[in-house]
Design a protein around this ligand. Structure first.
Ligand SMILES: Cc1cc2nc3c(=O)[nH]c(=O)nc-3n(C[C@H](O)[C@H](O)[C@H](O)COP(=O)(O)OP(=O)(O)OC[C@H]3O[C@@H](n4cnc5c(N)ncnc54)[C@H](O)[C@@H]3O)c2cc1C
Length: 465
């Protein structure tokens, strides 16, 4: 990077918010994906004005800019593969406004999801998307990836809550959307930014819709001796017209991994469904009784609980699947490949069966869990990351998995996004995406080379040596 760019950055930010030390740069080169690349410089802006000035300099000198929230992205979205400036957005972490009477809040992009919900809970409200990484991930990262989680079946994804955004594009700072719940006043560019993964502009402020917290929750844990039966259970619950607040599935590999790594009391089964209902106390009781009736004869065992401690333990087990998988076998880690496909709800059990067959054929282990209620599955590939042969087999298996997903009418990502790792299977017309990108970012400085621009094998820029 040219010295003049570094000098100009020093004119904008104090030195304690500029990082050029080798170790810092190396550490900032990771997200939670299989990829790694080192930025030339890291800066930590504190205001929209600073972001605007930084981006202006980057645009003038054609330097790549990659925004980074908490770095929990699973597909390499926050990895600066072409070097350049990494913007650490965690310094912009103010909750600017909470207006429950108008059902919105205004936040800076570096606010952590759980912190926002702590603040909203004091008013009896919450911001519902609930990603598994919610204790650490930022609102900016969630918007940029359209994150969601186990409550999406009832409450939707981040995009459903974005009312307005302030964005810094290469040509300047602009605002789209509003603080109103309805808006038919022009292009909804704020929607275009949702899921754009930092490839168009930097989000510097967000106005988000909020929801009242439910009064009560209850959970049913149903065990199945066949994954297809579990899938039939899911389809029957959805077809009954009830919308649970969560409907999660875990296959045998995941159940065993959680039991082994976390010591959580789960039944031995081929598949588990974790079903949560929420609402007023009376409604919750009625809904959970309905679940019991629907699953009668399908599940081999059902546990019901509204005990806060047991519910917290079960959710801890579900959220712990991902780290637990890395402790499943000797010399094996869970790598984020093919980790987030979405299929029509009724196709979930067939998808899981196909994934298991593909894994067997290519000699790898695939654990599958996820949001069965909305058809969004998380397969985790377990391999020895030091074995080039294992990577090759995994890449072939991943391609077969996505082909199966397409055959079943699904898409590559339901919530984790595209980045590098899912780029070959991106959904939609690439030429249109490139036209939008070129119109907003003609010098291609915003997170270049990702999504529709990635053309190579996904086994690239590996974090593993
Ligand atoms: C254990 C674990 C569990 C997870 N569970 C879920 C889950 O249930 N659901 C889910 O959806 N995801 C999940 N994820 C993936 C990830 O946590 C989410 O995508 C999250 O929203 C990313 O937020 P972040 O702050 O870490 O963003 P980062 O990883 O830092 O960045 C993600 C992308 O957003 C861009 N970005 C960040 N901030 C801005 C900004 N201000 N302006 C423009 N672009 C920006 C980055 O450039 C990058 O492209 C999980 C990850 C882990 C490690």
């Amino acid at each position: 990077m040219e010295q003049i760019v570094i000098d100009k950055l020093h004119d904008i930010l104090s030195s304690d918010r500029i990082f050029t030390d080798k170790a810092d740069l190396y550490a900032y080169g990771f997200d939670a994906s299989i990829h790694h690349a080192t930025p030339d410089i890291v800066v930590k802006p504190k205001s929209s004005e600073e972001v605007e000035e930084i981006v202006k300099i980057a645009n003038e000198y054609g330097v790549p800019v990659v925004a980074r929230g908490a770095g929990t992205a699973l597909c390499g979205q926050a990895v600066p593969i072409h070097g350049g400036i990494l913007l650490d957005m965690t310094g912009m972490n103010k909750i600017k406004e909470i207006r429950v009477e108008d059902l919105y809040c205004v936040v800076e992009p570096g606010v952590i999801y759980a912190k926002l919900n702590e603040a909203l809970a004091k008013y009896g409200f919450f911001f519902p998307p609930t990603p598994g990484s919610g204790d650490v991930c930022t609102i900016g990262g969630m918007i940029a990836v359209n994150a969601s989680g186990m409550r999406a079946i009832k409450y939707g994804a981040t995009r459903d809550y974005v009312l307005g955004l302030e964005i810094v594009f290469p040509y300047g700072r602009v605002r789209f959307g509003s603080k109103t719940l309805k808006n038919s006043a022009g292009y909804q560019v704020e929607r275009l930014i949702v899921g754009s993964e930092g490839t168009l502009g930097i989000i510097t402020e967000a106005t988000l819709r909020i929801s009242p917290l439910p009064e009560k929750r209850a959970v049913a844990l149903a065990s199945f001796n066949d994954v297809v039966k579990a899938g039939e259970g899911v389809a029957a619950i959805i077809a009954s017209g009830m919308i649970p607040s969560a409907l999660e599935i875990m296959d045998k590999v995941c159940i065993e991994a959680v039991k082994k790594a976390m010591g959580i009391d789960l039944p031995d089964a081929e598949a588990l469904l974790l079903i949560e209902v929420d609402g007023k106390a009376g409604e919750v009781r009625e809904s959970i009784e309905k679940v019991a009736k629907i699953l009668e004869g399908k599940a081999s065992q059902i546990e019901f609980t509204d005990d806060e401690e047991r519910m917290a333990e079960l959710w801890r087990g579900r959220k712990g699947v991902l780290p637990s998988l890395s402790r499943y076998g000797e010399d094996m880690v869970s790598v984020s490949l093919a980790d987030d496909m979405s299929v029509p709800i009724s196709k979930v059990p067939y998808a899981i069966k196909e994934f298991q067959e593909i894994a067997k054929k290519y000699g790898i282990i695939v654990g599958t869990y996820g949001h069965a209620g909305d058809g969004n599955l998380h397969t985790k590939v377990l391999i020895n990351p030091k074995s080039p042969d294992a990577w090759q087999r995994a890449e072939k298996a991943v391609d077969k998995i996505y082909k199966a997903v397409n055959r079943l009418g699904g898409i590559a990502s339901g919530e984790h996004g595209i980045g590098i790792t899912k780029a070959p299977w991106i959904n939609g017309d690439i030429e249109t995406m490139e036209r939008i990108k070129a119109a907003i970012d003609p010098k291609n400085i915003m997170n270049p080379g990702k999504m529709e621009q990635w053309r190579k094998s996904i086994i690239a820029y590996l974090r593993y040596r």
